[in-house]
Design a binder for this molecule. Sequence first.
Ligand SMILES: [Zn+2]
Length: 334
Amino acid sequence: MKQFGWYIAGIIVLGMVILGMFVGDVKKAKTPLPVSTLTNTAKTTDKTQANPLSEKFDQTMIEFTSKRPEQQWLFSGSQMEATDLAKFTSVSKSTIQKAENSFKTYSNIPEVKQFADKYSGKLYVSLFSSATNAPMMMGRTGDAFKGHNDPSYLEICLFDSKARQNPRNQLTLLSFNPRFNSIMLASIDFKEPWFSAFFLHEMYHVKKFREGAQSSKNNQYGTDLWISEEVESHELETKVLDSATKGKFLAAVNAIVEKRKDQTDVNLIPSSLTLEELNSLDGLFPPCSKDEVPFRLSQYIFTTGFSWLEKRFSGAELQKKKIDYYRFITSQFG
Ligand SMILES: [Zn+2]
């Protein structure tokens, strides 16, 4: 393995720029859908009407997501930590290593091979600390500043727990921000293979955005085209998870789908999932924390729905059905 000379490239105080950074296009940031706040579900669901996501499923979700350990943030945003450059260097370095490992481990997947060819060695990390309200640019010698000005590089901006808690920032745990052309990533110790699945999902958005794909344009937000890119990035996540488990993930999904072969409406799939079935999927992976579980849950819901549809439809009709399913799920979970 190559040894890089790591150093603090500098502390760049961008003040107002950073302030603007987090109040911008949050709605349009590309992110895996977190089936996050169960309270949101309650708010957006009209209980007086037929509700495909039943109260029984609300209960299943609560049981599935409860009793998870609290999240462990790699840095919390305290003033003390803001000056702890050794710690930030280490977090920054390990993030690059994890990202590079994702490229390497899953380069059997063609899309990932493309990412690796283009971005391996060209990632750099910035750290946004709420304690200083400024990012610290860090990276391999010269690359942080070079990357800042070179469009062939890719910035991963890590943020701390306080920055996320600030409602002004409206940060999800992970997203691609097209306005800043950067991946925004919570400084959480995500467990593999989920770090790879999440990171590579965002890489798919990076690729689309940088190719100038129509699906990545903000004026397409919510359209079939925009959603098709989300469908494809969630499918890439599935490929990563299936590769990581040597086929066990899709085998478990197919066992769930097989039991619903007589069902007629894909939108009824989520509410029919039992706690045991969700655990049959989640048991394939290391246990995760409260913050990570909604992202996993959304992936389970998408994958089971998509797989169910694949048994019945093909071609353009299948893609349209997947888009409609994605739209239905997002409308239910807000
Ligand atoms: Zn996405």
